[in-house]
Design a protein. Structure first.
Length: 449
């Protein structure tokens, strides 16, 4: 496995000086505490962190006084087990077998249509608590919906540039509180506090998803920003761009962290899980890259795509495995220890695969295509390595399925639909309605874990 060069841009001198001043002002007590922690053995550190985790869980549960002591213990044990399993980095939620796509179940599937965008809907994401659904469009607007009722709760509006005879209106905008061009990506943090959006205007906007307020606009990318991903359980954000770079952001501090290089063509998709890693795909450089932030290295995986095709989307399955989709309809599964795909299915879709979705750390994968088909796959693992994807069912709608989002329970699937693809204007189908579908999968879940 080859490691390509990895370059990090440092924070500005002013930020470093401000950080030093902040550290100098810390209390002696906190310094003493830090010294004590630094002397901990690994076992003592794990014990301390476990105790802190339990206390935090108790504090969360204390908000609801109706919970009995036994329920308290069960909830804490369940959360700690999930946290421990996620730390292991492998698939541990085996839910795909619970889905039955027999006609008797499929005919009872409930589908809600969310209409509110004028142009193609390019991105959709469901909040971790399954209360809200967010959609974005080429009309430069973001809409927050109530997932249960389908009611529109708020519109994060666009900022339309002033007209300019010389065509420089967009360039002269003074830090607008909104996008002025196609929005191409959305991401919501695990705690549901932050919503990030990005697009063709080269900007990343950060919003307070709970208070519906604009917080920050980042303008460091030089070309369209095509992908966003929050690190699971953290407010660290990764962004990908057609400028061939990946950038890292600290959203708690609303600050830029560093830039990662390596791709030889525009980066169009990015994903991340719990570890400080991110996986990306480059259009026609035909590579999938796993960036290891801490190690300051990257792993490069090369896909064999005939006829000059491209990779369009990537999704992490667990910390060691990920899936990719290409414009010729090929679905590939990858493992970080293998240079070539562990599984490759040519013709998984009749046209290009442009969207993927998973329940994090589960054996369920959903793929969407420009042909309007949605396919559900069961991931087959052997000794912790995903070796195969087995088709368990499919659904069909009209339009380009530009984005998919599975809820954390796997009960809901958000589908963004457009008359045209997310990154272009070709193959326009005017018979399609620009909208978002919320598919309730409860009726086809016939058994529970």
């Amino acid at each position: 496995m080859s490691d390509s060069f990895f370059v990090s841009e440092k924070r500005s001198r002013e930020e470093d000086e401000a950080h030093d001043i902040f550290e100098d002002e810390e209390s002696l007590d906190s310094l003493s505490e830090s010294d004590e922690e630094s002397k901990e053995t690994p076992a003592e550190k794990r014990l301390r962190l476990a105790k802190e985790y339990i206390e935090n869980m108790r504090a969360d549960i204390a908000d609801d006084e109706i919970d009995a002591a036994e329920i308290d213990k069960e909830l804490i044990a369940s959360r700690m087990l999930n946290a421990q399993m996620e730390e292991g980095g492998r698939i541990f939620k085996f839910i795909a077998s619970n889905f039955d796509f027999s006609d008797e179940y499929v005919e009872n599937i409930s589908i809600k249509k969310f209409r509110g965008h004028r142009l193609a809907v390019t991105a959709v994401c469901i909040s971790e608590n399954e209360k809200f659904l967010f959609t974005a469009s080429k009309d430069s607007n973001i809409i927050k919906w109530d997932l249960e009722t389908g009611k529109k709760l708020h519109t994060f509006g666009s900022c339309i540039p002033p007209k300019s005879k010389k065509g420089k209106g967009k360039e002269s905008l003074p830090n607008p509180d909104g996008h002025f061009d196609h929005i191409l990506a959305l991401a919501v943090s695990s705690d549901g506090k932050y919503l990030a959006s990005a697009g063709k205007d080269k900007q990343i906007h950060i919003w307070d998803a709970k208070e519906n307020k604009h917080l920050k606009c980042f303008k460091q990318h030089r070309k369209a920003v095509t992908g966003l991903a929050f690190r699971k359980g953290h407010n660290q954000l990764y962004s990908s761009s057609l400028d061939r770079t990946i950038k890292i952001w600290n959203i708690d501090e609303l600050s830029y962290v560093e830039t990662l290089f390596g791709h030889q063509d525009g980066v169009v998709s990015i994903d991340s899980l719990s570890r400080e890693n991110c996986v990306t795909v480059g259009l026609r450089d035909r590579t999938v890259r796993l960036f290891k932030i801490i190690e300051e290295s990257q792993l490069v995986f090369r896909a064999s795509i005939p006829h000059g095709g491209s990779l369009d989307v990537v999704k992490m399955l667990d910390e060691n495995c990920f899936a990719s989709g290409s414009d010729n309809g090929t679905l590939c599964l990858w493992n970080i220890n293998k240079k070539k795909p562990t599984f490759s299915l040519v013709g998984a879709h009749s046209q290009g695969i442009i969207s993927l979705a998973t329940v994090k750390f589960s054996d369920l994968l959903v793929s969407g295509s420009s042909d309007g088909s949605i396919k559900f796959w069961k991931l087959i693992s052997d000794q912790g390595i995903v070796k195969k994807a087995e088709l368990i069912g499919s659904l069909s709608v009209d339009g380009y399925l530009n984005s998919l989002s599975l809820s954390s329970s796997g009960k809901f699937l958000g589908v963004s639909i457009g008359q045209e693809p997310r990154l272009g204007r070709w193959g326009i189908n005017k018979n399609v309605q620009n909208s978002c579908l919320l598919i309730d999968l409860t009726s086809i879940i016939v058994s529970k874990e």
